[in-house]
Structure formats: structure tokens, C-alpha cells
Write a protein of this length. Structure first.
Lengths: 232, 386
């Protein structure tokens, strides 16, 4: 399918823990169209984060194929995969994972150090990204001077700044109160609907999943069902 | 922001720790600079003297004087054109300032050391004035001596016949060096051998600590050395003949093997420093495993992350090392000034070069292991805290 952003075909992932081998994903198949906003739900140990890591190119499958944006990423190695991630994926983590020594602006600029943009162009892109997440006035603050919601907005700006087609979010509201969580989820919804970003989000929270276009349920390494949400 | 500013920002994330580590690096390189310049002074200070002269001393030690009666035999050696001799006087200026001072035969000395420049009239005056003394320009300027002055100098070895160690000499000449190297060696003084022989109470008459042999052009210094030592073998005055440079080095090594002492001190300093800085770097990387994983997540390659950690180690060592070397330069200049040029410490190019090499090697030694650890990080494990 030409309009598929993500295709996962017969993916098996086995982790080795000492002498033990644990199969986390068992021949999983999945297709996510471009422009979709998918919530991945399931109990702990079901393989949600593993699947997310595979889609985001942070890990490699034991077998099977993963195609993202029309290219097979399961065949990419080390440096190639790093370059691919820089161009195609924006990551948002549960605990924000910002660099404490950098300001909000510096954190957002970090991925742009991998591009050939001039300093002026980088600053311009950073300003736009911070504007999108509504944090222009906090640009010169360090993470410890920001609230959790603001930190997550900075993390989203960092994920957006190099304009990747796919955002991969691992429990993005897991560390936030309800109100702030809804603001962040609303922001992701805007990015999906108005900016055309394809989003894959892992969450435990059914209320958070409601912000997605559809929800996929995983259990014991296999997809169970799919729930389509009403547009909010 | 640039990659460099990112590295610097990371370096100062724990400001106190970094500053303390930096201070230890600065201190280490300050010591390195000073000790290395001491070593250079002791080992390479006479590089420019070449092999046109040989020095003959007693085989046991140059403190056992040889009879001046050996001069004709030495002068008859093929390849030897002229022989001078020098006797250590043990001069002390005023309260307790030791001087480099010898007694010598003026005419012979002038012939053997053409590198020292002085008006002919002054050489002649020195030769015929029994209480005459000539001083190097550096020494004369340091103490404000002028030709014609009577210079009171004590000897910490030789009393006069009346038992007094206070001597007085007439300054009849001030010599300079023919070039920059020799100008730096004008911090010494000479008195007349004949006068010294007659006036001292100890009766070291007719003896000198060492002979200086001027060689003919193209003379085989090594062969002549062997011949001289062979000639006096099994005599009451066995000799040890060496080049002027080797002699100078062995002269200063009377106080010990400076090079060895310096090497051991520096080894201890740098070994401690490696532990201190290495621990800082290892701790710094251990504390931010998740951050390094995030960098990789964002698209920085394993090599880039390795580069960041190495760059931090390099920046720490370079910054501290350069400050330390600059401080060593300043301290050396102060020491030289404080001793009136008697002990000329300078951080020459070779010390800086070795310092820079030490900075690079130390950066690698303290940064490589943490950097490799950062490089090997698996993103998934690091983010999961495994």
C-alpha cells in the first residue's frame, strides 16, 4: 500500500535474558496508514513498547519485516539506522528525557545539529516548533525551571523540529496530571489533524487512547482487536 | 547552540566537581611544566656547545683536583690545540648568594673559549693583575658591578693564609657571549689561578678540578678521550675525559639524577591525576546513561556519542593543561628573575610540545573507557534503565 506509513509483517522479537530466551512478539502483522493516530494498549509485558521500539528503529526484529515510510528498516544497521531515525521519526517519552544542561531552545535545537542547516535557520525552526507547542516565552528556561507539562511540550517540540512524518510516543502522559495530560493529548491531536503527522502512541490510559483515531490492543505479543474512536 | 557548546555545557553540569578536577589538572601541569623545565636545564642546557672541546677530570670525581703539570702532556696529544684549566673557588656574594666562580689561567682560558667576548685590553689587564677578576655581563649587571671596583667575595671552601674566608678582587673586565646561547651563560666569574694558588691556605697549589682541551678542526674527540684516559691509567691521577656537554650534565648531576627524580615525581603526579580525572569522567558518563541513549534515539551515531565523551575529556585536560603550562611559564620567569638568572628556568618549545602530547594522551587515557561504554550503549536497555 502506497499510503501506509508503517507496515509490520510477521515480526517476531525474542529477547535473551542470560540463558533464557523470551519471545515477546509472535509473528505480528500491522499496518498504519499515513496520517493515522494509533493508540497501542495492553497489559504490562504485552509487547507495546517493544513494538514501538521496532517501529521507531530503536531495536531490530528477530525475524519479519518492518517498512516505515516506504523503506525497510529491519535491514538497516547501526549508523544507517541512526541517520534514518534523525530524518523520519520524532520521539516523545514518558519522562520527557530532556537534557538538563540545555535550555528549552537548546533541547529543541539538538536534533538539528545533525542537519546542515545554518545557525540562523536552526534558530528559526526552533522558534516555530516552540510556537507550535505554545512555549515561545519559556525558550530560555532549563528543564528544572519548567513544569511537567511544559517539559513534555518541549519534548514534543524537539520531536517536531526536524519535521519527521512519524511521531512515536511512549506513555507521553504517564507522568502528568489529568488536566495537563489532556492538554498534551490535545496538542498531539492538533499535530495529527492539522500538521498531518502520523502518530503511534503507547498508553495504559483508556482516556488518553480516546484522543487517537483508533486503538490497537496487544496481549502476549499479539494484536487482539481494533477499536475506532469517534472524532473528538 | 553548537556541538562544542553542548560539550562545554555537559562538562560543567556538576560545576563544583568539574572545577575541582580542573584544579587538579592545572596543578599537575604546573608541576609538569616546572619540573620539565628544570630537567631541560639540567640535560639540554649545553646542547649548543658542540664537541670542539673535551673536559678532563679525575676519574673518581672532579672534586679531586689534578696536577696542572699534566698540561704539557695533554697539549702534546695529536688533535689537541690548547689546554685551559679551572679550579672551583666556591665564591659567595654578600650574605649567602653562591656564585659560579673559578680560578684559571687568563691567557689559556681566552684561547680555549673564543665564544666569550671581551676587549683585548681587558684580557691583558686580567692576565697581569694578580688580584684581577673578570665577570660575565649577566652577573655584573645583576649585582651592579663596574670595572675598577674592588669586589668582596667570600669562599665557602678556601680561606686565605690569614685564615679569613673573605677575599677581595679587582674587577678588570666584563665579558659577554658571542651569541644568544653564550650570552645566557655569562652568569659566572673568573679569578687568576696564580694568585689563588699563592693566597689560599689549603695548599692545593698547582692543581685544578678539570682541564678544558680545545680540539683541532676534524679531530676525533672519542679517540682522543680514550687515548688520554689510557695515558693516565694506573697513575696516581687517573682521568675521565668526556665532551663538554657530557661534563656539564654530569656536573649538575652531582646533586642527583635530576631526570630520574623528575620522572618519578611526574609519574606519581600523573598517575594520581589519571585516577582523579578518570573517575570524574566515568562518573559523569554513568550519571547520564539515559541522556546518551536519548542522543542516540535522536539520530546521533555511536561514533558521535563516543566523540562527545572524548571531547569532554579532551576539553577538561586541554583547558586545565594549558592553564597549568601558562602558570608554569610565569612561575619559571619569576624563579629566573628571583635568582637573578642563576637558575634560568624557561618553558621552551620542547616542554610545550611534550605538554601538548601529555594532554592528548591523558585525554585518551581518561576518556576512552567511558567513551567506549557510551558507544556500546543499547538504546532500548539504557532507556529501560537496564
Amino acid at each position: 500500500m502506497t499510503d501506509s506509513m508503517v507496515q509490520v509483517r510477521n515480526v517476531v522479537k525474542v529477547y535473551e535474558r542470560g540463558k533464557q530466551k523470551v519471545e515477546v512478539l509472535h509473528g505480528l502483522n500491522l499496518e498504519i496508514p499515513t496520517g493515522d493516530f494509533v493508540a497501542l494498549m495492553g497489559p504490562s509485558g504485552s509487547g507495546k513498547t517493544t513494538l514501538l521500539n521496532l517501529i521507531g528503529g530503536l531495536d531490530q526484529p528477530t525475524s519479519g519485516e518492518i517498512v516505515v515510510g516506504g523503506g525497510r528498516i529491519d535491514q538497516l544497521k547501526g549508523g544507517e539506522l541512526a541517520h534514518w531515525r534523525a530524518r523520519h521519526i520524532g520521539f516523545v517519552f514518558q519522562f520527557y528525557n530532556l537534557m538538563p544542561v540545555l535550555t528549552a531552545e537548546g533541547n529543541v535545537e539538538l536534533p538539528l545539529l545533525l542537519t546542515r542547516l545554518s545557525a540562523a535557520q536552526r534558530r528559526k525552526n526552533v522558534a516555530v516548533a516552540l510556537q507550535v507547542v505554545g512555549l515561545t516565552d519559556r525558550a530560555n528556561h532549563k528543564p528544572k525551571e519548567l513544569s511537567g507539562g511544559q517539559e513534555q511540550r518541549v519534548a514534543i517540540a524537539r520531536a517536531l523540529v526536524s519535521d519527521p512524518p512519524l511521531l512515536v510516543c511512549d506513555e507521553p502522559t504517564g507522568d502528568l496530571d489529568r488536566k495537563t495530560a489532556e492538554e498534551i493529548l490535545g496538542l498531539l491531536q492538533v499535530l495529527n489533524r492539522e500538521h498531518g503527522k502520523t502518530i503511534v502512541m503507547v498508553t495504559h490510559d483508556p482516556k488518553a487512547a480516546e484522543f487517537a483515531r483508533r486503538t490497537l490492543h496487544l496481549e502476549k505479543g499479539q494484536l487482539l482487536e481494533q477499536t475506532a474512536q469517534q472524532a473528538a | 547552540m553548537t556541538k562544542t557548546s553542548f560539550v562545554v555545557a555537559n562538562l560543567f553540569r556538576k560545576r563544583t566537581r568539574t572545577i575541582l578536577t580542573l584544579l587538579s589538572v592545572i596543578m599537575a601541569f604546573l608541576l609538569f611544566g616546572l619540573l620539565q623545565s628544570v630537567n631541560t636545564v639540567f640535560n639540554a642546557g649545553a646542547d649548543f656547545v658542540g664537541a670542539t672541546r673535551l673536559m678532563v677530570q679525575a676519574r673518581v670525581s672532579f672534586t679531586s683536583p689534578l696536577p696542572i703539570s699534566m698540561v704539557p702532556k695533554l697539549e702534546s696529544m695529536p688533535g689537541v690545540t690548547r689546554v685551559a684549566y679551572q679550579q672551583w673557588f666556591g665564591g659567595v656574594w654578600q650574605e649567602n648568594t653562591p656564585l659560579i666562580m673559578f680560578s684559571t689561567d687568563p691567557g689559556r682560558y681566552h684561547d680555549v673559549y673564543p665564544e666569550y667576548v671581551m676587549a683585548d685590553a681587558q684580557w691583558q689587564t686580567f692576565a697581569r693583575t694578580r688580584t684581577g677578576m673578570i665577570a660575565g655581563k649577566q652577573l655584573a649587571e645583576q649585582y651592579g658591578w663596574k670595572i675598577g671596583q674592588k669586589i668582596p667575595i667570600a669562599s665557602n671552601i678556601y680561606p686565605q693564609k690569614n685564615g679569613s674566608k673573605a677575599w677581595a678582587f679587582d674587577l678588570v673586565g666584563i665579558f659577554d657571549g658571542k651569541d644568544e646561547d653564550w650570552k645566557k651563560r655569562t652568569n659566572l666569574a673568573y679569578i687568576q689561578q696564580d694568585y689563588f694558588d699563592e693566597a689560599n691556605q689549603f695548599g692545593v697549589k698547582g692543581r685544578a678540578n678539570f682541564f678544558v682541551l680545545k680540539l683541532a678542526d676534524g679531530a676525533n674527540a672519542e679517540a682522543i678521550s680514550h687515548s688520554i684516559d689510557a695515558m693516565f691509567e694506573n697513575s696516581p691521577d687517573e682521568t675521565k675525559t668526556q665532551t663538554e656537554k657530557d661534563f656539564n650534565i654530569s656536573f649538575v648531576k652531582q646533586v642527583g639524577d635530576i631526570g630520574l627524580i623528575v620522572r618519578w615525581i611526574l609519574f606519581a603526579v600523573f598517575f594520581t591525576l589519571l585516577l582523579v580525572v578518570g573517575n570524574t569522567m566515568a562518573q559523569s558518563v554513568r550519571e547520564r546513561i539515559p541522556e546518551l541513549a536519548v542522543l542516540k534515539t535522536l539520530g546521533f551515531t555511536d561514533g558521535s556519542v563516543l566523540g562527545f565523551v572524548l571531547a569532554e575529556a579532551f576539553a577538561l585536560c586541554l583547558f586545565g593543561g594549558l592553564i597549568g603550562l601558562v602558570l608554569a611559564s610565569i612561575s619559571s620567569a619569576l624563579v629566573s628573575k628571583g635568582t637573578g638568572g642563576q637558575f634560568q628556568l624557561t618553558l621552551d618549545g620542547s616542554v610545550w610540545l611534550i605538554g601538548i602530547v601529555a594532554i592528548v594522551l591523558m585525554s585518551l587515557a581518561v576518556g576512552l573507557l567511558p567513551a567506549l561504554r557510551a558507544r556500546r550503549l543499547r538504546i532500548v536497555d539504557a532507556l529501560a534503565g537496564r
